[in-house]
Design a protein around this ligand. Sequence first.
Ligand SMILES: NC(=O)c1ccc[n+]([C@@H]2O[C@H](COP(=O)([O-])OP(=O)(O)OC[C@H]3O[C@@H](n4cnc5c(N)ncnc54)[C@H](OP(=O)(O)O)[C@@H]3O)[C@@H](O)[C@H]2O)c1
Length: 291
Amino acid sequence: MALDSPIITLITGCSSGIGFELLKLFNKEPYRIVATALPESAEKLANDPVAQSDRIWIRKLDVSDFEKATTIVEETNSKWGPIDLLINNAGISYRSVIEDMTPEDEQKQIAVNYLGPMHLIRQCLPDMRRRKNGRIINVSSVGGMMAMPTMASYSASKFALEGATESLWYEMRPWNIKVTLVRPGFINSIAFQKVLYSSKRKSGASSSSYDSHYHCMTKFVEKLMTKSSSTSASVARRIFKTARMERPPLRVAGTRDAWFFYFIRRLLPRALYHKLLYISLPGRKEWGKKK
Ligand SMILES: NC(=O)c1ccc[n+]([C@@H]2O[C@H](COP(=O)([O-])OP(=O)(O)OC[C@H]3O[C@@H](n4cnc5c(N)ncnc54)[C@H](OP(=O)(O)O)[C@@H]3O)[C@@H](O)[C@H]2O)c1
């Protein structure tokens, strides 16, 4: 990318959290940003002072709506030209034990965190390959390398994103397309208030045997998030820095704890790691006591 020509950047999930912070960072030369937001959040974003810029173009997009995603890439091509930088940031997180997930819940989790990003990547690749230039940054999670109870489906979606991104890194080498995963760990944000519960749990059809799993994990995750020194803004800065690196690595830790978890996961023997993680889960002694 020549520095004097605009860098056309598509970022998903810009209405809050990391996406919103990215919008502030990229709102400068040479970037032109297609900022997507869910249809129900787009108006609020459009009225925000941060979005009042000729460099920002807000489009309504649910990333699981593949047709709409294709249209937005085509519209961007007509307005500004092909996309140089794609940041798949939008994501959702179910808090649910496996037994409580319905096929519809599973599909929603996978569609937003994995299938949607894959579809957008496919829309951008032909132009990136033709021009032998481009960058793709997928926002993963520490949950994409270590799974925890009540987060199976979320982890599955991020493990899938990680696996596919790793393949893409190899596939894109001949075309100079830079592919990176940014992995945030726990972030001091209100994202935990946005976790989704399965329809079975919400309707009261879930077995009460799992109450202590939900109770302990909710408290545990909320505590780690509120005590974290990382914020949506600090993760966004890491992503921004990655987007400007000449040779970005395949994996970037988005927070300090992500480094820590990465080394624990790599260095400890598997059996020991699983045992240690299990015994460190607060309240797990209550699990399985209720029939
Ligand atoms: N927060 C954390 O602790 C944490 C840790 C590790 C990884 N991450 C990852 O970081 C990314 C950003 O999360 P965040 O922390 O900034 O949380 P967030 O504030 O909840 O932001 C997620 C964004 O995605 C949007 N979104 C949700 N469903 C969507 C859909 N179907 N189509 C398009 N957009 C959709 C949300 O829109 P609305 O605001 O309208 O709902 C929101 O703008 C996610 O991929 C997440 O998995 C977060």
